[in-house]
Design a protein around this ligand. Structure first.
Ligand code: ADP
Ligand code: CA
Length: 424
């Protein structure tokens, strides 16, 4: 009998679902361990709820659970539990990335301080905290630059500044955002980086014994030049020349090695310009949101659908042989539908029309109706996802844009007592 695999997932994560589906298909026993604040775990009757923010207590709880349940592997399905998974795995003698590597893969300052000396092409970076004087920061950094929190994701709080005045404004805005989203007054660590011009790609990979297998390389055809950095379209295969793609893979592999990542999924983001690829970040997890739905591996015309990304990751964790890691031949794409304005989402129109378009597999609106939407840089979610396939990346991109145009979102502004919109 195979041992149980623990999946660590934030309580709001979309990622647990596809892992559970893949586990059911593979006949693997899995248990989801959710991030639940300790006092609420009993109340919500979540026997496998632990508070991911309290790493020592959560690690101890996880080790205890692991011993009780005969655990075979501990996987974090998103960034929130990666350090916990690494520490508990180390204590239980389970195969996993070293805790220091897991920590570096989710902390942007730690990451930069390991990548730069290893010779991985990176922007110049300058660590500060929200308690530092913004005018003093503005006097020390190059322009244009990017201001970002060290431990958020989805581009939340990431802002470009072209001048000292903009820098002062963005640092203030980031400070207020971090107080709000963490509930802590700070000071919070922040990072300023020189702005890397160029075209952006995302690489999905699987590390096996320190070797990187590229599972998919995505182009991000919408320019990401700021002032905020909204993810929208991902299309694979990449249309970049083969040599550029190889340089990207080599850069991502070098980055993973510099952090000490050796095992399991990696999701890397890079920018590419005349000087070659530059590492934006590399995370020790798989692609976020619902995006993995467009990936299929080892598709065999006779055998049908092929393996999902989650099936590959689970197989590796369970010590099962991996199927061929080649992605299917079709081009595939996904659009993370950005939030155009803050306010209450009242109505979504055009869904049926968008779904009916050629090349569109599905459109899923994930933002609940009558809920407050927050756009970037304060926000951390999307309206939903559009999934497309076609015989070329260009057709897939066009289908995604057409489908997006069909959608019409009614967002009602929320006026606070002070007369300023609450959602911005
Ligand atoms: P997050 O973890 O929130 O996604 P990232 O550091 O990946 O934060 O930044 C989000 C996006 O912001 C990147 O995908 C990229 O488009 C842009 N970005 C971040 N840092 C830089 C930089 N130094 N130069 C240019 N663009 C950047
Ligand atoms: Ca990122």
């Amino acid at each position: 009998m195979t041992r149980t695999i623990f999946l660590l997932a934030a309580s709001h994560s979309y990622r647990a679902g596809p892992f559970l589906a893949a586990a059911a298909e593979l006949g693997l026993a899995v248990r989801v361990v959710t991030d639940v604040p300790a006092p609420l775990a009993d109340l919500w009757q979540q026997p496998l709820g632990v508070d991911f923010n309290d790493v020592p207590a959560a690690t101890a709880a996880l080790i205890r659970l692991g011993q009780e349940h005969q655990v075979g592997a501990i996987l974090a399905v998103d960034d929130s539990g990666s350090l916990l998974a690494a520490r508990a795995s180390a204590a239980l003698g389970l195969p996993h990335n070293a805790p220091a590597a897991a920590e570096a893969a989710r902390d942007k300052l730690l990451m930069r301080s390991l990548l730069a000396p290893a010779g991985v092409p990176c922007p110049a970076f300058f660590p500060f905290t929200t308690a530092d004087d913004p005018a003093a920061i503005a006097a020390q950094v190059p322009y244009p630059c990017v201001v970002k929190p060290t431990r958020r994701s989805g581009s939340q709080g990431v802002m470009r500044a072209d001048t000292p005045a903009e820098l002062v404004a963005t640092v203030g805005r980031l400070g207020r955002l971090l107080v709000q989203v963490t509930g802590h007054p700070g000071p919070h660590p922040i990072l300023v980086e020189s702005f890397i011009p160029g075209f952006e790609v995302a690489l999905e990979g699987l590390l096996d014994g320190g070797q990187l297998h590229v599972l998919a390389l995505f182009d991000k055809p919408d320019p990401l030049d700021g002032p905020f950095f909204e993810e929208t379209i991902y299309v694979t295969p990449s249309r970049l020349p083969a040599g550029t793609q190889q340089a990207i893979a080599a850069c991502a592999a070098q980055a993973a090695a510099a952090l000490g990542l050796r095992q399991g999924p990696v999701h890397a983001e890079l920018r590419v310009n005349a000087a070659g690829p530059w590492l934006v970040e590399v995370a020790g997890r798989s692609i976020g949101g619902l995006c993995s739905r467009i990936l299929r591996f080892g598709v065999d015309e006779a055998a049908g659908e092929g393996a999902s990304l989650e099936a590959l990751i689970l197989r590796q964790a369970a010590g099962l042989p991996l199927p061929p890691l080649n992605r299917e031949a079709a081009a595939r794409g996904v659009m993370m539908i950005p939030i155009p304005a803050g306010g209450l989402l009242r109505r979504v129109a055009g869904l049926a029309e968008a779904k009916a378009l050629p090349g569109i597999d599905d459109v899923e609106i994930t933002a609940p109706l009558n809920n407050l939407l927050r756009p970037l840089p304060e926000g951390d979610s999307y309206l939903g996802f559009i999934f497309a396939r076609g015989d070329s990346p260009g057709r897939v991109e066009a289908a995604l844009r057409q489908a997006h145009q069909q959608l019409d979102f009614t967002i009602e502004p929320v006026i606070s007592l002070a007369g300023t919109p609450q959602a911005t």
